[in-house]
Design a protein around this ligand. Structure first.
Ligand code: THU
Length: 161
């Protein structure tokens, strides 16, 4: 028996096409890019979470001379929200970046790395409701997914323990 995993996502060409709360969230993610500490990769990532109480929690990548000690923007934001607002559900995460090494603002959309996908899945399972994911290129191209769990099919999770 052959099986297939697929999911839908929306593509937007312009931030004005997004609902207001997501526009605001993307603005926060762009602000977070400016808070990134990435002297090694020169790749600055910003993430922002929209919580059920309306709060926005930002995170940015924080690198280290000992590279495994560095942490991605998404997990900084997830850890911050879980520490400060543990009872609130995460409605959405917006992620964007700035590549210092690039000549012009890229059209490429960056999607969370494997470890961040696992962390987003844990947060989803914990709160028992989906987290929307908004990905934005520096040039303004946008992708919206309704459920972060779609990024990690056939995942290992708490239900396996
Ligand atoms: N990075 C993130 O912050 N999020 C991702 O989803 C991918 C990668 C960071 C880690 C590192 O500081 C830099 O981007 C280059 O890999």
């Amino acid at each position: 028996m052959k099986c297939n995993v697929s999911f839908e996502y929306e593509l937007f060409g312009n931030v004005q096409e997004l609902e207001g709360s997501l526009q605001k969230l993307l603005t926060a993610a762009k602000e977070a890019v400016g808070l990134s500490y990435a002297p090694y990769s020169k790749f600055h990532v910003g993430a922002a979470l929209l919580l059920s109480n309306g709060e926005i929690v930002k995170g940015s990548n924080q690198e280290n001379a000992s590279s495994p000690a560095g942490i991605c923007a998404e997990r900084v934001a997830l850890s911050a929200s879980s520490s400060v607002f543990p009872q609130e559900k995460i409605i959405a995460i917006a992620i964007t970046y700035h590549n210092e090494s690039a000549e012009e603002e890229a059209d490429n959309i960056v999607s969370p790395c494997g470890i961040c996908r696992q962390s987003l899945l844990e947060a989803t399972d914990r709160q028992q409701s989906p987290i929307r994911v908004l990905l934005a290129s520096p040039s303004g191209k946008l992708i919206l997914l309704e459920n972060a769990a779609h990024l990690l099919p056939l995942a290992f999770s708490a239900s396996d323990l």
